[in-house]
Design a protein around this ligand. Structure first.
Ligand code: NAD
Length: 728
C-alpha cells in the first residue's frame, strides 16, 4: 500500500501527500523514500506541473524516520556496514538535494517551486525534508511540535538537517535545535527562522505560493553566500565555534559521541561548498551510527522505551483497564504529585489524608504547579481550574466509592499501611486494584493485610513525580495479571514509561542505585578525594556524583535505610564502612540539601557552593590517589552487578526493562544504553576480568555473578542471549 499519493490539479499544482496506511503518525521508511522520489521525478518531468506541494494526509506531518532503517542499511552491506550506511545516507541526500534544486540548471535557471505544508508536528526527517523544500508553511497549531530531536537518542540530524539549518540560521542560531533537540510550536519555530510561515490553511497557502512564480534559489546556492553569524575563520564565527566546543564538552563531559560529531560536521561543513558539506555530514553521521553508543542509545531510548510504553510486557487477553476514578491515600510529597499527574491525564482523583488540612495541602500542590506554569506562559488559569476541579481533597474513606484504582502513599510503616489497606477495602468495589507506592517494604508482606492479594500491587514512583519518567510496577507473590494490566494501563494514561519487576528488597532501581551511593561514600572513608569521586562519576556520564545524590535524597534517609537493611540482614550486612561516614554526618546535623549542609556546603538560598571542607579533616585524602578509571569502574560495577544479580534472581524479567529503567529511573550513564548494554559493549570476558580484579582489591561485593562468568565462557552477550530479536 502506498505511503505517498500524487495528484495534479487543473492549475498545474502537483500535490504529494504523505499518509502511511494504518498508522496515526507518518514515519519514514525505505519504501517511503522510494515513493517520494518517484513522485518528485514525475512532477519535475511533467510539463503541465508548475509547482509542487508536499503535505500530509494526517493531522501531523511526520514523527521522524523509522530507526530500524539504520539497522537494515548496516545489515544489507554485509561485512562493510560503514560503507552501507554511507551509501544509504548519500542516497537520501541526493533525493533531498533533488527537491532543493527542483530541476534548476547550473546557473540557477528553470526549476519548479516546491513548498511544504505542515498540518501539525514535524520532527526529524519530517523537518529535514521540508528544509530541503523552498518554503515551509505550518498550521497555527499550538500543540504541534517542530524540531530535530535526534540528539536525544544519541544521533544527530543526518539527512541534511544539520548542514541546512546551520546555513539558514548560522551556527549560533541553529545550536539549540541541533545540540539540545529543542522542539517548538509553529509560532515559535517561525520566530526562530526554522520555518517560514504560520497560517490557518497551510496547504492552500503553499499552493498560492508555488503559483506566484517565486524565487526558489536557496541562499547557499547563490553566488557570494555568507553564513549568518560568520564561518569559523570569521572573528564572530570563531567565537561561536570556540564557545560551542567548550559548552558541548562541559555538558556532555565528552561521553556522547553524537554531540562531538555534530560539532565536527558543522565546523568542517562550514569551510566547504554545500554539496561537500553534505558529504562531510554523511561521513560524521556514519561515524556516529557505527559507534556502539549510538546503537545502544537508539535501542534503549527509542525502540525499547516505546515498546514498553506500548505494552510490550502487558499480560495479553486482558481488555483495556483504563482508570476512570483514582484514590490516592496520603497527600504528602508523593501523594500530591501522583494526584497532580493523574488529574492532568483526565482522571477524577480522590486525595485522602488524616486531616482535611493535610489533604488540602496536597491538592494545593497542583495549584502551585500550575501557578508556576502560568508565570512562565506554559499553562492557563482555565487549565489550572479544569485540572484542580478533578481533585477532591478529603478525610472520608466513603469518598472512595466508585474508584477503580487506589494508590497508597502514606508513611513508610507496615502497620499504618496495613490499617489503611483495610479501610480502603471496606469502601471500594470488588474489582478495584490496590497499589502501594512503598519504596522499601516488600509487596508480598504488605499484601498480607489485603483480603484480595491478587489485586494488590506495587506502583513505585520516583520523586519528583511530575518530572521523573519511570514508574516501577512490582508484582507481589500473589499479584494477578489483572492488577499488572491495570497498573500498566494507568502508567500509559499518565504518559510515563513502566517496567514490571518481581518483588525483592528495594525492587530494581533502588537496589542498583544504593550500591552506587555507598561505593562513593565508602571511597571517602578510605581517603579517596571527594572531588575525584564526584568528577569520576560525571566523567563517565552519571548525571550526579554519588555524594551529591545522597545530599539530594537526604542523609537521614540513608541512615534510615542503612538501619533497616542491617536489621534485615544481620551479620551479613556489608556496609559498616559506609555507615561510619553517614552516621557521623547525620550526627553533625548535616542532613543534605534540605538542611543546607551535607557532603556539600550550600548558601542561604540553598544553592550548592562546593564540597564541605570538614570532610577532609575527618577523612584526610590519602597521599596516593587512585586512577580515575579505577574510581569509575568501582562506581559502574557497583550498579551493573546489581542489575545482573536482579536478572539472575528473576527480579528483572526482561533485559529491555533493566536498561530503560536504569536510564530513566536513576540516570545510569545514558550514552551506554543502560547497564546490560554497557556490559555487552565491553564484552562479558573483559567485564569478568575487571570484576575479578576489583574483588581482589576491594572485596567480595564485586564477585563476578555466575551468569556473567558463564556468558564470558560461552562468548555470549545479554542481548544475544536474552533478547535475540531485539539485538541492535
Ligand atoms: P510524606 O511524609 O511526605 O507523606 C505521607 C503522607 O501520608 C502525609 O501527608 C501523612 O499525613 C499521610 N498519612 C500518614 N498516615 C496516614 C493515614 N493513616 N491515613 C491517611 N494519610 C496518612 O511521605 P512521602 O515522601 O510522600 O512518601 C509516601 C510513601 O511513598 C512512602 O511509602 C515512601 O516510602 C514512598 N516513596 C517515597 C519517595 C520519596 O522520594 N519521598 C519515593 C518513592 C516512594
Amino acid at each position: 500500500m502506498a505511503e505517498f499519493t500524487y495528484s495534479v490539479d487543473a492549475d498545474g499544482v502537483a500535490t504529494i501527500t504523505w499518509d502511511v496506511p494504518g498508522k496515526s503518525m507518518n514515519v519514514m521508511s525505505l519504501q517511503g523514500f522510494d515513493e517520494l522520489e518517484t513522485h518528485i521525478d514525475a512532477a519535475l518531468a511533467d510539463e503541465a506541473v508548475k509547482g509542487i506541494v508536499l503535505t500530509s494526509g494526517k493531522k501531523d506531518f511526520a514523527g521522524g524516520m523509522d530507526l530500524n532503517i539504520i539497522a537494515r542499511m548496516k545489515e544489507d552491506a554485509g561485512d562493510d556496514p560503514a560503507r552501507g550506511l554511507f551509501g544509504g545516507i548519500m542516497k537520501i541526500h541526493a533525493l533531498l538535494r533533488k527537491i532543493e534544486r527542483a530541476g534548476m540548471d547550473d546557473k540557477n535557471k528553470g526549476g519548479k517551486p516546491i513548498a511544504a505544508a505542515l498540518p501539525g508536528t514535524a520532527l526529524g526527517i519530517g523537518l529535514e525534508i521540508p528544509l530541503a523544500c523552498h518554503r515551509i508553511f505550518a498550521a497555527d497549531n499550538p500543540k504541534a511540535r517542530i524540531g530535530l530531536p535526534e540528539i536525544m537518542v544519541g544521533i544527530f540530524p543526518g539527512a541534511g538537517g544539520t548542514t541546512r539549518l546551520v546555513r539558514k540560521l548560522g551556527a549560533m542560531g541553529a545550536s539549540p535545535f541541533l545540540l539540545e533537540g529543542r522542539l517548538s510550536a509553529p509560532a515559535k519555530a517561525r520566530a526562530a527562522g526554522l520555518i517560514d510561515e504560520v497560517c490557518d490553511d497551510p496547504a492552500a497557502a503553499a499552493r498560492d505560493w508555488v503559483l506566484s512564480g517565486p524565487n526558489i534559489v536557496k541562499p547557499w546556492d547563490e553566488k557570494g553566500y555568507k553564513m549568518p553569524g560568520g564561518a569559523p575563520y570569521h572573528p564572530a564565527g570563531f567565537m561561536t565555534f570556540v564557545g560551542a566546543s567548550a559548552m558541548v564538552n562541559g555538558k556532555t563531559k565528552g561521553v556522547y559521541p553524537a554531540a562531538k560529531a555534530l560539532l565536527s560536521a558543522v565546523y568542517e561543513g562550514a569551510l566547504v561548498p554545500f554539496d561537500t558539506a553534505l558529504k562531510v555530514e554523511a561521513r560524521w553521521f556514519t561515524n556516529v551510527l557505527m559507534n556502539p553508543s549510538s546503537s545502544a542509545m537508539i535501542r534503549s531510548l527509542f525502540i525499547n522505551k516505546e515498546a514498553l510504553e506500548k505494552g510490550a510486557v502487558r499480560p495479553a487477553d486482558i481488555p483495556d483497564l483504563k482508570v476512570q476514578k483514582l484514590g490516592v491515600i496520603g497527600a504528602g510529597m508523593m501523594g500530591a504529585g501522583i494526584a497532580l499527574v493523574s488529574a492532568q491525564a483526565g482522571m477524577e482523583v480522590v486525595l485522602l489524608d488524616q486531616s482535611q488540612d493535610a489533604a488540602e495541602k496536597g491538592r494545593a500542590y497542583t495549584a502551585d504547579y500550575f501557578d508556576k506554569g502560568i508565570k512562565r506562559g506554559k499553562a492557563t488559569p482555565e487549565k489550572k481550574q479544569e485540572v484542580l476541579s478533578r481533585i477532591t481533597a478529603t478525610t472520608d474513606y466513603g469518598a472512595l466509592s466508585g474508584v477503580d484504582l487506589v494508590i497508597e502513599a502514606v508513611f513508610e510503616d507496615p502497620a499504618i499501611k496495613a490499617e489503611v489497606t483495610k479501610k480502603i477495602e471496606a469502601e471500594v468495589g470488588p474489582d478495584c486494584i490496590i497499589a502501594t507506592n512503598t519504596s522499601t517494604l516488600p509487596i508480598s508482606g504488605l499484601a498480607t493485610a489485603s483480603e484480595r492479594p491478587g489485586q494488590f500491587i506495587g506502583i513505585h514512583f520516583f520523586s519528583p513525580v511530575e518530572k521523573m519518567l519511570l514508574v516501577e510496577i512490582i508484582k507481589g507473590k500473589a499479584t494477578g495479571d489483572r492488577a499488572v494490566a491495570k497498573a500498566l494501563d494507568y502508567v500509559r494514561q499518565i504518559r510515563k514509561t513502566p517496567i514490571v519487576v518481581n518483588d525483592a528488597r528495594f525492587f530494581y532501581a533502588n537496589r542498583c542505585i544504593i550500591p552506587y551511593i555507598n561505593e562513593g561514600i565508602r571511597m571517602v572513608g578510605e581517603g579517596v578525594a571527594p572531588a575525584l569521586v564526584e568528577n569520576a562519576a560525571k566523567l563517565v556520564g552519571m548525571p550526579l556524583g554519588p555524594l551529591q545524590l545522597v545530599d539530594e535524597t537526604s542523609i537521614d534517609l540513608g541512615v534510615k535505610i542503612a538501619k533497616a537493611t542491617r536489621a534485615a540482614m544481620g551479620d551479613a550486612y556489608p556496609d559498616d564502612a559506609v555507615d561510619d561516614v553517614i552516621f557521623w554526618l547525620a550526627g553533625e546535623g548535616r542532613m543534605g540539601r534540605k538542611s543546607k549542609a551535607g557532603f556539600y556546603t550550600y548558601d542561604a538560598a540553598g544553592k550548592r557552593t562546593g564540597l564541605w571542607e570538614g570532610l577532609a579533616a575527618k577523612y584526610p585524602p590519602a597521599t596516593s590517589q587512585p586512577e580515575v578509571s579505577e574510581v569509575q569502574h568501582r562506581l559502574l560495577f557497583a550498579q551493573v552487578l546489581e542489575a545482573v544479580r536482579a536478572l539472575e534472581d528473576g527480579v528483572l524479567m526482561d533485559i529491555r526493562e533493566g536498561d530503560v529503567g536504569a536510564i530513566l529511573g536513576w540516570g545510569f550513564a545514558p550514552w551506554s544504553g543502560g547497564p546490560l548494554s554497557w556490559l555487552d559493549m565491553i564484552g562479558a570476558a573483559r567485564a569478568v576480568d575487571l570484576c575479578d580484579a576489583l574483588t581482589k582489591r576491594h572485596g567480595p561485593r564485586f564477585t563476578t555473578p555466575p551468569l556473567l562468568r558463564e556468558m564470558a565462557e560461552k562468548g555470549e552477550t545479554f542481548y544475544g542471549r536474552f533478547a535475540p530479536d531485539k539485538a541492535a
